[in-house]
Design a protein around this ligand. Structure first.
Ligand SMILES: C[S@@+](CC[C@H](N)C(=O)[O-])C[C@H]1O[C@@H](n2cnc3c(N)ncnc32)[C@H](O)[C@@H]1O
Length: 292
């Protein structure tokens, strides 16, 4: 197993991380070294991205690259940074090797939904700020609709990765839930994680850059909620292509850097989805959009 670490200038760190998310979907280990921020990814020889591809992405921000064989404890180190998270006291998202909330909580852990995600080869353990922001907005929207006596209804998860958002939506009572991703490993992970959590989620391969407007498997069904934790270029593509069938009543867009929000909000406004809320965590931001 190789640990490949990129040390970058702190001022460029968030931008670099945004680029690395696509290159290393299962996660990046981050260490603040003072004068540089180190991002490390793990993989077998031949599986890691090539140096020229990293240089092309990271460019001038790169200060140093360190590649090292890791000792037998690599699996423990890898696991250590997939931390469980508690979202709004409602959802506990954890990897399978961490105990359920009911076992670690001091109070009433049974009121919290347990969501187990095996990151496998797909992005999305819940711990990343982009996923977390989506989960927060999803829980709040769920509560608002319930309080208003509205049906929850279908969900379309664009770029489902591990399926963490799709599984959470299904656990919260939305349905039917359908995930799409261009990676076969993500589709498999979405289905496996849904089964592991005992919820019904369908998933299919779909390339948002090539396959045109997206749709629920039943485009004649009711309006869906769309979850889209994607980077800016893909969100702009989704806004440009629009949707087949009933347009979403809400869309949660994440994977954005704070300064990218205005442009993405404007692109969705052109197809009738207006900004209802904006939320950030560090340099990452998410938008809740609703049909005008
Ligand atoms: C930031 S991850 C989000 C994963 C998960 N939904 C979450 O919130 O943690 C983005 C996902 O989009 C997928 N993706 C990237 N390019 C895509 C494309 N052209 N079409 C469909 N999915 C794509 C990636 O494979 C990845 O699973």
């Amino acid at each position: 197993m190789i640990r490949l670490a990129f040390r970058v200038r702190p001022a460029d760190a968030e931008i670099v991380l945004a680029e690395l998310v696509d290159l290393a979907p299962t996660g990046v280990e981050e260490t603040d070294r003072g004068d540089t921020i180190e991002y490390a990814i793990y993989g077998a020889e031949g599986e890691l991205p090539s140096l020229p591809s990293v240089r092309a992405l990271v460019g001038d921000a790169l200060v140093e690259v360190v590649s090292e064989e890791v000792a037998d404890d690599w699996a423990d180190r890898w696991r250590a940074f997939h931390e469980p998270i508690l979202v709004k006291d409602r959802l506990y998202v954890r990897p399978p090797w961490c105990p359920p909330y009911a076992e670690v909580a001091a109070g009433d852990g049974d009121a919290v939904t347990d969501l187990v995600v095996d990151p496998g080869q797909a992005f999305g353990t819940g711990a990343h700020a982009t996923t977390r922001l989506c989960l927060e907005l999803l829980v709040e929207l769920t509560d608002r609709r319930r309080d208003a006596g509205e049906d929850l209804g279908p969900v379309l998860d664009l770029g489902s990765g591990s399926g963490v958002l799709a599984v959470a939506a299904s656990q919260l009572g939305w349905g039917p839930v359908h995930g799409v991703d261009n990676e076969a490993a993500s589709v498999a992970a979405t289905l496996e994680n849904a089964a592991a959590n005992g919820v019904a989620v369908t998933a299919a391969r779909f390339d948002l850059l090539r396959d045109g407007a997206t749709a629920m498997p039943d485009p004649d069904g009711p309006e869906p909620l769309v979850l889209a934790n994607l980077l800016r270029p893909l969100l702009l593509r989704v806004a440009a292509d629009g949707f087949q069938g009933a347009p979403p009543h809400h869309l949660i867009a994440s994977g954005l850097l704070v300064h990218e929000c205005d442009g993405v909000a404007a692109a969705f406004a052109r197809i009738g989805l207006v900004e209802a809320e904006r939320r950030s965590h560090g340099d990452w931001a998410a938008l809740l959009l609703r049909r005008a």
